[in-house]
Design a protein around this ligand. Sequence first.
Ligand SMILES: Cc1cc2nc3c(=O)[nH]c(=O)nc-3n(C[C@H](O)[C@H](O)[C@H](O)COP(=O)(O)OP(=O)(O)OC[C@H]3O[C@@H](n4cnc5c(N)ncnc54)[C@H](O)[C@@H]3O)c2cc1C
Length: 357
Amino acid sequence: MQKSEAIVSVADAPAQLEGLLELMRRHDVVVTQEDGVHVGHFPSGQAHLSASAERVEMRIEAPDMTALNAIKLELTGSLTYVYGQELNIDWSGGTDVRTPLPKLCVLTVQSVEQLTPHMRRITFSGDNLIRFAENSNLHMRLAFPDGAVDLPLPMVNGRGRVVWPEGAKMPVLRKYTVRKVDLESGTVAVDFVLHDDAGPGSRFAAAARPGDVIAMIGPGGLTAAAADWLLLAGDETALPAIGRILEGLPPTARGVAFIEVAGPSEEQPLVRPDGFDVKWLHRNGAASGTTALLIEAIRAADFPAEGSVFVWAAAEFEAFRSIRTHLRKERGLSADRQLVVAYWRKGSTEDEMGKAH
Ligand SMILES: Cc1cc2nc3c(=O)[nH]c(=O)nc-3n(C[C@H](O)[C@H](O)[C@H](O)COP(=O)(O)OP(=O)(O)OC[C@H]3O[C@@H](n4cnc5c(N)ncnc54)[C@H](O)[C@@H]3O)c2cc1C
């Protein structure tokens, strides 16, 4: 068994520890108590956590260094997040040991299929895909070498921090949806929109060949909550998520999906419950990210008067904003009955969009 400990000096340590425990629970870590000490049961090991007035004490153990560093990464990141400023966390022992980043999967392109003129399905082979098969976590980040010859792979150091090979050109990260996982063949499929003004994600998809290597980090993100009636809405970037949500619904599910695409040639056959309508909205020559098709369809939709409702929507930033405002102000839908997300922003790369929010 590998062990390490750290004593961190912080103001109001009991409150910081409470915040840390809350975050761990939200990340599905079971927390119990033993003799006044909190014990976090991570998939890879355990953490014993306690606080005095100005010190948080963390003692961790795991079967090997990879598992130990994974716990350090989680605790270091979470405590820093809770505290709201950089912390110098000095873990004892083995601090120069670098181990693979947990949640990272190396993917190799296996096949490329043109689903519609602007949608390309790329099937990748990779190891340990099981966690991406959960229907509750739809999304992940892809790391593209974008110009570098080899994809540099990040590691975790013994201080619980992510480190990159020295001198490496950083890969570019973009968010995508896990469209399908086939655990038997060890493959994962991602549907890429081939858009104008292509960035690293779209560029990679347009040129992908069997044997190309990228990395996948995750999964993360939320799906639609269960409800008596479900409204799904999105443009083509949300089509992979809508397709996956529809496939995962029980046969009795009822609702409607509004999907904005360029035109009829971008429609896809979608497996869905009998009680679910799919309505395709065509831009008919207008550029993506410039229409009000989604908000108009949602505004005109008949929400059932009885039973629970959930709205899941993802689209360009302006569409996202109008949908969110409509649901809050005109429909009075509470925050726990909706998940509305901006998937991209016209005129901004994903990095610029991230900085703006
Ligand atoms: C949680 C989540 C899941 C997502 N899932 C998917 C998915 O499964 N498939 C998918 O294709 N996309 C998906 N997206 C959207 C995707 O991340 C963005 O479109 C991203 O900007 C693409 O990266 P890029 O490198 O091609 O372009 P960037 O470098 O980010 O941007 C370059 C330029 O292209 C423009 N642009 C970006 N996207 C589009 C678009 N769709 N149409 C027209 N112009 C665009 C930008 O405004 C910018 O001007 C998802 C986004 C999120 C947040």
